[in-house]
Design a protein around this ligand. Structure first.
Ligand code: PEP
Ligand code: MG
Length: 538
């Protein structure tokens, strides 16, 4: 059998026997009695399944917290909801067995959810399937086999339901792999909250893997069956090392980002979309320091509408309220292109019509995003920043367009909240003109990825330039320091949202420069907090 790959939703390594779990409640089908008898069985099973979901809520709330447990109280409510139970009762009255009626009605309802536009609603089809399986198990007096494991194991399944996931023996469970699933699925959320390595979308695993030893390397996104003794020993050592480090990092959860000499800074998360919100808060982010809004454009086959954008920004703001969420306006162009925009081919796209330049040359397009942002501002603490700025005139033009949108919305009686404004400092021009830019905004966020590329004239996409690149180039560090000083002279806070912010060898240098905020990949948050707490800012 070959090593197979999947999408990692929680990193880590596990070496254990693999158990391929069958779906609950698909095993038995009791022949139909009279409709009256079947209805009585159904009512009893509905009550039993709801009681079990309430018990799972209590268990999960104790193990992983109330937020993660919510799903089970929703399930219990669905088991009492006419939308779910009505069609089942109708089918039973018409002569179908309870099991057939549950399967058919659940299939229909799950398909309705799966066809919905909204990603969150689409995910709910998994909830319908989950409660249907639980109801089938209650009807059959069936209890899932996964409770009875005797040795450490990796759970694999077609798509593990939340109810199955929480029933797994956590003392023995070492990892999770599903053939389906997504980074938003409950399996993923639960795996993250339990800190277990997990892969979704791993179609290579199947029932024929059941009982075999396997190495799950969720850092690499692979599952290897039948490992040799050396492979097994290496995986176990890696797992132990990772567990030790994870325990150390866990101690940092909830602690302030305060240096040894008493300076406290902010540590926020960089995210590419609403599907990363959960991960960011799981990793204890103090807010979002960079929401790369262009992913809304890249994931879409056509211009995302104002409504679609509003829904995404609102979700992020509500998720983190009252904490800050910094949304960067659309940074399309250079390496991030989409066909529907019909962008002209350029000789030097990295120096071309990208980011704010593209937005300012298409004001109606830009205003769709600015209106969506202004509407979302009523739902949390919104900061908006403009990318690839090189002059104060550009910032003023962006502000005029935003003000125009706010005026229009007010005339439409749509509420608009306060909006903090900032610019990305990612061109040498912006760093050198930081004093002028600071007059226009409330904050700076330094994009070290592009700042390095433009300062050192090194194409960040070109791997052949690796030997010539120095990520700690003194020119870049000097521009960062100048930016911080200029920002502070004018009362702006200054953050770093490029990759250099997560480089722990530079943390103390940045703190001594006076950097106020670091925005990093969610998994870098706790290690960075550790580095800040070991550093001195003077
Ligand atoms: C940067 O340039 O440092 C940055 C954060 O933006 P991106 O990597 O998205 O260009
Ligand atoms: Mg950039």
């Amino acid at each position: 059998m070959e090593k197979c790959s999947g999408k990692s939703v929680q990193g880590g390594v596990a070496a254990a026997r693999l158990r391929f779990l069958r779906p609950v409640g698909q095993q038995t089908d009791v022949p139909a009695g009279t409709p009256e008898q079947e209805l009585a069985r159904l009512e009893q099973a509905l009550r039993k399944a709801a009681e079990q979901q309430n018990a799972l809520y209590e268990q999960t709330a104790a193990e992983a917290g109330e937020e993660v447990a919510q799903v089970f109280s929703i399930h219990a409510m669905m088991l009492e909801d006419e939308c779910f139970t009505g069609p089942i009762r109708d089918r039973v009255r018409a002569g179908e067995s309870c099991a057939c009626a549950v399967r058919a009605s659940a299939r229909e309802l799950a398909a309705q959810f799966a066809a919905m536009e909204d990603e969150y609603m689409r995910e709910r089809s998994a909830d319908v399937e989950d409660i249907a399986q639980e109801l089938l198990a209650a009807l059959a007096g069936d209890r899932p086999a996964e409770a009875a494991q005797a040795e450490p194991f990796i759970a694999a399944a077609e798509d593990l339901t939340p109810s199955q996931t929480v029933r797994l023996d956590k003392k023995l469970l070492r990892g999770i792999v599903t053939r389906g699933g997504s980074s938003n699925s409950h399996t993923a959320i639960l795996a993250r909250s339990l800190g277990l390595p997990a892969l979704v979308q791993c179609p290579g695993v199947g029932p024929d893997w059941d009982g075999r030893m396997a190495v799950l390397d969720a850092d690499e996104g692979t599952l290897t069956p039948d490992p040799g003794p050396a492979e097994l020993a290496a995986a176990r050592e890696k797992a132990e090392r990772a567990a030790r480090q994870a325990r150390e990092l866990e101690q940092l959860r909830g602690l302030p980002n305060t240096t040894r000499d008493g300076r406290t800074v902010e540590v926020y998360a960089n995210i590419g979309g609403t599907d990363e919100l959960e991960l960011a808060s799981d990793q204890d982010a103090g807010g979002v320091g960079l929401f790369r809004s262009e992913f809304l454009y890249l994931h879409s086959g056509d211009y995302p509408t104002e409504e679609e954008q509003f829904a995404a920004y609102r979700a992020a703001l509500e998720h983190f309220a009252p904490r800050r969420v910094v949304v960067r306006t659309c940074d399309i162009g250079a390496d991030k292109t989409v066909d529907y925009m019909g962008l002209a081919k350029e000789e030097n796209p990295a120096l071309g019509l990208r980011a704010v330049r593209l937005c300012l040359s298409r004001p109606q397009f830009f205003k769709t995003q600015l209106r969506a942002l202004a509407r979302a501002s009523a739902f949390g603490s919104l900061s908006v920043m403009f990318p690839m700025i090189i002059s104060a005139a550009e910032v003023r033009r962006c502000k005029e367009l935003l003000a125009e949108c706010c005026r229009e919305l007010k005339a439409e009686k749509v509420p608009v909240g306060p909006i903090e404004l900032g610019v990305m400092i990612e061109t040498p021009a912006a760093a050198l003109c930081a004093d002028e830019l600071a007059e226009e905004v409330d904050f700076f966020s330094i994009g070290t990825n592009d700042l390095t590329q433009y300062t050192c004239a090194l194409d960040r996409q070109n791997a052949a330039l690796e030997p010539f690149s120095d990520p700690h180039h003194p020119a870049v560090l000097r521009l960062i320091e100048m930016t911080v000083q200029a920002g502070h002279r004018h009362g702006c806070w200054v953050g770093i949202c490029g990759e250099l912010g997560a480089d722990l060898t530079l943390t103390e240098t940045f703190l001594k420069m006076g950097v106020d905020e670091f925005s990093v990949n969610p998994v870098s948050i706790l290690p960075l907090r550790g580095a800040i707490r070991r550093s001195s800012a003077r």
